[in-house]
Write a protein that binds this ligand. Structure first.
Ligand code: AMP
Ligand code: ZN
Length: 456
């Protein structure tokens, strides 16, 4: 069986061939830690976690680095607004991010480098770029000179005008070319800064990832990933810096990008203000249900998020856990996932197909007659679950959570919905119904005007 991955750089599916099968390397751009991650931010973490699991099943050593950006203008603004050092903000939100991802069944990456711990490596890389004629210092800044790299634009496929417009480039008098981007910028005394050959300053965002990749994984990595919005300018710029710093060596063999998570077909993003945080979602649904919902669409497709998606995911997992619960006392006989499931994942991470295979296994388990068949199917289901990062809990515990229903909360919600309907605020009434559904509760409006509820 071979692993096929879609490469954004070549715009086609390719056979994955690591440079060194004894040491596979993957880097995924992680969060900027200044507030709660929304469920869209969790999509790359979960998608690349599935890839990490798949790679680990195939190769003896997989080095997976996911960074945290812990110096950034948005962090600086948050620290200033609260009158605290940036570390207070970044430590807090790094811890929250890790806890949230763990609740979603995301394995800790092999490495979690943070930008502020790699300033000397960034400075060294900038010096190499200057020495090779790809960067220049001007007015306390160091800029990457885009025309010095003929391969610029190959990843995003953008032409020069698009690139300049897309980057919303600042027109600065010290720029030799409007497309040139910042490697280093000066800091005023009230901002975080580090001493450098160009004065006290701080790094640009793109150089952070290139320096951390070089430091931990080497000049060429096998897989570089992130959300679709990172293709330009972030990854285009990373590719330019990395390639130029390493004398033209390939920077990343395969570039992978997940599609957007949307709400009402609009991208979920902080700037649009349509976000739902993982933190909030976890109050009403188990992390595993959120994970299942995130994997329900192929990673390159958009995924529209709603309470209904979560409720369905929860119901599907309930079915699987019920089936597992029936055979919990039987010793599993296989520890291999069905071939059809592995093949689905190996075909550019076709998680919807893999999940359909899990549903088929559950069905087969429910109708299995003899103990031998049950033992085999149980083993296959658990192995399949390990690959997808689901079904690893004790079924009794999972199902018991359903019984641990907060009746007072449900009644309160039903009352809130009734008063919203009375006020003819049907949008709010529907939202409340969705929230109740996401908690695994089905409500029924009876002809006599009462509303009753039951666990799904
Ligand atoms: P940020 O903290 O904004 O830099 O984003 C962290 C990661 O989440 C990046 O890989 C982004 O591309 C990704 N991301 C942000 N918004 C979404 C979204 N709505 N859907 C999917 N991925 C997203
Ligand atoms: Zn990055």
């Amino acid at each position: 069986m071979s692993l096929i991955l879609y490469n954004t750089l070549t715009r086609r599916k390719e056979l994955f061939t690591p440079l060194d099968p004894g040491r596979v390397t993957m880097y995924v751009c992680g969060p900027t830690v200044y507030n709660y991650a929304h469920i869209g931010n969790a999509r790359p973490a979960v998608v690349f976690d599935v890839l990490f699991r798949l790679l680990k099943a195939r190769y003896p050593q997989v080095l997976y680095a996911r960074n945290t950006t812990d110096v950034d203008d948005k962090i600086n603004a948050a620290a200033k607004a609260q009158g605290v050092p940036i570390r207070t903000i970044t430590d807090k939100f790094t811890a929250i991010y890790r806890a949230d991802m763990s609740a979603l069944g995301v394995l800790p990456p092999t490495l979690e480098p943070s930008a502020t711990e790699h300033i000397p490596q960034m400075i060294a890389m900038i010096e190499v770029l200057m020495a090779k004629g790809h960067a220049y210092a001007a007015e306390g800044h160091v800029m990457f000179h885009v025309p010095s790299f003929t391969g610029y634009g190959q990843l995003s496929g953008r032409n020069r005008d698009d690139m300049i417009a897309g980057a919303r480039v600042e027109v600065a008098p010290f720029k030799k070319d409007p497309a040139d981007f910042v490697l280093w910028k000066p800091s005023t005394p009230d901002l975080p800064g580090w001493d450098s050959p160009w004065g006290r300053g701080r790094p640009g965002w793109h150089i952070e990832c290139s320096a951390m990749i070089e430091a931990h994984l080497g000049p060429t990595i096998d897989i570089h990933g992130g959300g679709h919005d990172l293709i330009f300018p972030h990854h285009e710029n990373e590719l330019a810096q990395g390639t130029c710093a390493h004398g033209g060596k390939t920077y990343a063999q395969v570039w992978m990008h997940n599609g957007f998570l949307t709400m009402d077909k609009e991208k979920m993003s902080k700037s649009l203000g349509n976000i739902v945080t993982v933190h909030e979602l976890l109050k009403n649904a188990p992390g595993e249900a959120l994970r299942w919902a995130l994997l329900g669409a192929h990673y390159r497709q958009p995924l529209d998020w709603s309470d209904e998606t979560v409720a369905q995911a929860k119901a599907t997992l309930d079915r699987a856990y019920r089936a597992l619960g029936e055979v919990w006392d039987i010793e599993a006989k296989s520890n291999t996932a069905p071939t059809a499931l592995t093949e689905a994942l190996e075909d550019d991470l076709n998680t919807p197909k893999a999940m359909a295979e899990i549903a088929a296994l559950v069905k087969a388990l429910n109708s299995a007659k003899d103990a031998d068949e049950k033992a085999r199917l149980k083993g296959e289901l658990l192995a399949a679950g390990t690959l997808l990062g689901v079904l690893q809990q004790d079924p009794e515990k999972w199902l018991a959570k359903d019984l641990d229903i907060d009746e007072a909360w449900i009644i309160q919600m039903i009352e809130a919905r009734a008063s919203a309907r009375k006020a003819r605020d049907f949008k709010e009434a529907d939202r409340i119904r969705g929230e109740i559904a996401a908690a695994g509760i089905e409500i029924k409006d009876n002809p006599d005007g009462t509303t009753t509820w039951a666990a799904k």
